[in-house]
Structure formats: structure tokens, C-alpha cells
Design a protein around this ligand. Structure first.
Ligand SMILES: C[S@@+](CC[C@H](N)C(=O)[O-])C[C@H]1O[C@@H](n2cnc3c(N)ncnc32)[C@H](O)[C@@H]1O
Length: 282
């Protein structure tokens, strides 16, 4: 349980107004500990401005007097603000076919391998930390074009309920990163404000679910591939190590784990073999 000692605001009405827009150290401590406890995301002093900006947006939206009032609101479990706070502190940057070499490997090495080995024509992929969906849709387009009629399923999960909702709709303002051939085949112009919608053929391959990676995972079957890219960077070493071990036990022997370009498993002493740029094999 994160506890908070809320500092008393002092001064006249002008002092009060200016004080309330300052995030006191105790409030920063409370908010960063809460973020860590609920999501594993580490917010240290160097990210104080980021936290300030994101929480300030909530404060304005809720028309609160300042950080002290916001921290009090978070302590009231009936308001539902905790999930809004978590949504506010996640970083959701993503793109179609981000880190293209992963998709080259998927298309040129992994999928042909599954084509020869998976005689049941079954493929299970997990996009863990899928954000607004560009990652699972990129995987889905790759699979649909190469292994049509397979029993392929992509589980796409994230902690942030807002991004998941957007991902589920599959509507995007731009298609940057999607190869032209895939755009023609899998994306339709909605003829309104330059919005594009993903085709049902790829949508139906994906199940979007809210899942906190820190909590127990309900999945029982094993995966051929797990993508967990640009998520581990927000965690501390202990959390990263535990997650990597859990990914290992959920992969089929020979299955692949893709992590982000700035991430590495080097210091975690795992049983994975490095087989490509931030691509590991069980
Ligand atoms: C930077 S995005 C990465 C998106 C995508 N994987 C990519 O590489 O383009 C990181 C995502 O991890 C999610 N995330 C952060 N902490 C999480 C947690 N504890 N459980 C599940 N998802 C989490 C965030 O909500 C965010 O959408």
C-alpha cells in the first residue's frame, strides 16, 4: 500500500494558486511509487517533468485545484481515477512495421519455418504491450499474406484501456510504414477525414485483451512467437528478468521472442539463444 503524507499548502489565495501547480516532493514520491506498484513502470527523478505534464492534464481535465487534490482523489478507490492515472503514465509510441528487420525475419525465416514444421497449420502469436495496435496488425498482415487459411491467432494485450479501445477499432489516420501491396489488400479508405480501416481478414486474426504483465497470465497454451517490444525499457531489472523467464516458459521449443531495439537479454543469464537483431529463440 502506497501511503502519502500530503503537505499543507500555505499562504494567501495567490500563494495557494501558485503552490497547487507545483508538484511537491511528497506528491512526486507518492505518484511514482503508485505507478511502480500498479504497472512496474519506473519513474525516477529524470522523468519528473514527464510525470508532471501528464498528471497536470488530468488535473485540468478534472478541474482540480492541484496535485494534492489529485493524490487525494487517487486514494479514493471509488472514483476509478487509478486506471486513468495508469493510462496517463504509459508511453504508447508505436508504428506499423516498426523495426522492419523483425518483420523481415518473421516473413523470411520464422513463417517459412512454421510452414514446414507446424503440420497442424496452427500458429499462436502474442503481442505483449500492443499499444494502439500497429504491431499486431503488422503481424496479422504478414501472416495473412503468407499463410492464408491457417489457424492463426494473435493475442494482443496492453495495460492501457484507452489504447486497446483504439486498437480494437482498427482505424488509423495514416498508414505510414505499411508496404503498398499490403495497403491495397488490407486497408480501406473510409472516405472521411482521411481515415483508414483495417480489413476484417486481418482484424479477425487478433484478439485484444487488457492484461497487466505484472499480474498472473491467464493463457495456458504455448506460443510460437512473442513480441514484447519497447515495453521492458520502462521496468527495473528485477521485473525484466522475471518477465523474460515467464516469456520463456510460454514459448514452444524453437519459438521466438522479439524485444525492442534498445533492449537486450545479455545480463539476465537466460536459456534463450540470440538469433538476430534483438530476436531470441527458445
Ligand atoms: C512504447 S509502447 C510499445 C508498443 C509496441 N510494442 C511497439 O514496440 O511499437 C509500450 C506499451 O507497453 C504498455 N505497458 C506498460 N506497462 C505495462 C504493463 N505492466 N503491462 C502491460 N502493458 C504495459 C504501455 O501501455 C504501452 O502501450
Amino acid at each position: 500500500m502506497v501511503s502519502l503524507v500530503i503537505p499543507r499548502l500555505s499562504g494567501d489565495i495567490f500563494g495557494l494558486l501558485s503552490n497547487s501547480l507545483i508538484m511537491q516532493d511528497a506528491e512526486f514520491q507518492y505518484l511514482s511509487q503508485l505507478a511502480f506498484q500498479k504497472s512496474g513502470i519506473v519513474i525516477n527523478g529524470s522523468k519528473r517533468d514527464m510525470l508532471y505534464g501528464r498528471v497536470m492534464k488530468r488535473i485540468r481535465h478534472l478541474r482540480l485545484s492541484g496535485f494534492s487534490a489529485y493524490c487525494e482523489l487517487l486514494q479514493d478507490s471509488y472514483t476509478g481515477e487509478l486506471s486513468e492515472f495508469i493510462n496517463a503514465i504509459t508511453t504508447n509510441l508505436t508504428a506499423f512495421f516498426r523495426e522492419e528487420y523483425h518483420f523481415d525475419f518473421l516473413q523470411k525465416v520464422a513463417l517459412p519455418e512454421f510452414k514446414s514444421n507446424n503440420t497442424d497449420k496452427k500458429l499462436r502469436i502474442w503481442s505483449a504491450g500492443c499499444s494502439t495496435g500497429q504491431e499486431p496488425y503488422s503481424i496479422a498482415m504478414s501472416i495473412e499474406s503468407q499463410l492464408p487459411h491457417w489457424d492463426a491467432k494473435i493475442l494482443a494485450t496492453d495495460l492501457d484501456s484507452d489504447v486497446l479501445c483504439r486498437a480494437q477499432h482498427g482505424i488509423y489516420a495514416d498508414l505510414v510504414g505499411i508496404p503498398i501491396a499490403y495497403r491495397t489488400q488490407y486497408c480501406s479508405d473510409m472516405n472521411t477525414h482521411h481515415q483508414y480501416v483495417m480489413d476484417e481478414k486481418v482484424k479477425q486474426l487478433i484478439s485484444f485483451k487488457q492484461l497487466n504483465l505484472l499480474e498472473p497470465w491467464p493463457m495456458t497454451g504455448l506460443f510460437d512467437v512473442i513480441f514484447c517490444r519497447n515495453v521492458l525499457i520502462y521496468f527495473n531489472d528485477e521485473t525484466k528478468k522475471k518477465l523474460v523467464q515467464r516469456f520463456y516458459s510460454l514459448l514452444k521449443p524453437g519459438g521466438y521472442l522479439f524485444i525492442g531495439h534498445s533492449e537486450s537479454l545479455q545480463s539476465y543469464n537466460t536459456h534463450f539463444s540470440l538469433v538476430g537483431q534483438t530476436i531470441y529463440q527458445r
